[in-house]
Design a protein around this ligand. Sequence first.
Ligand SMILES: N[C@@H](CCC(=O)N[C@@H](CS)C(=O)NCC(=O)O)C(=O)O
Length: 203
Amino acid sequence: MTKLYYSPGACSLSPHIALREAGLPFDLVLASTKTHKLADGTDFYSLNPKGYVPLLELDDGQRLSEGPAIVQYIADQAPATGLAPAAGTMARYRLMEWLNFITSELHKGFAPLFNPAQSDDAKALARTSVGKRLQWVDSQLEGKSYLMGETFSVADGYLFTVAGWGKYVGVDISTLPQLSAFMARVAARPAVQAALKAEGLLK
Ligand SMILES: N[C@@H](CCC(=O)N[C@@H](CS)C(=O)NCC(=O)O)C(=O)O
């Protein structure tokens, strides 16, 4: 059985949503980002030397890390779902363009805000920079239900995960109408509700 190593509400929520949207069977395995241990005491570094979630373990024992690669792998297991356009098409490169933007500009842009060692000045800069990026995302959602148009893709699950961190670290997205509507639209999807419940983020 495929395993997804996750931590509640972390970036691993993105492949978690993708697995549920794809309708694939999987086990969800808690890997604390604080202790880097599994519930049975296994050192998570022995599974992923980089120490971070998400990590996907395939049926044959291979392990795949890095969120953007993992979600594309998942999408390609269920091509009929449209979670990713076919490889080699221009639309697939557009999806990769979004995934790379979300991972490098947004996901890592939020990182200083979760780091207690960062100064207030560094955090203020990070808030401004992430805020600008999210403003641009808001403009890109104008007239569209999802980043790629009317079809939900793995980039949407990733954006939903990362933009959802704003409320914990003082990045207000309520002033961004398209992004706010997008967040509500994605949150209402049954697979997303199920993922949030499974991670204990929704009653
Ligand atoms: N480049 C990685 C970054 C993953 C990442 O930042 N994971 C965080 C949670 S959102 C984590 O596990 N942090 C704990 C640690 O690095 O020890 C990816 O895109 O998958």
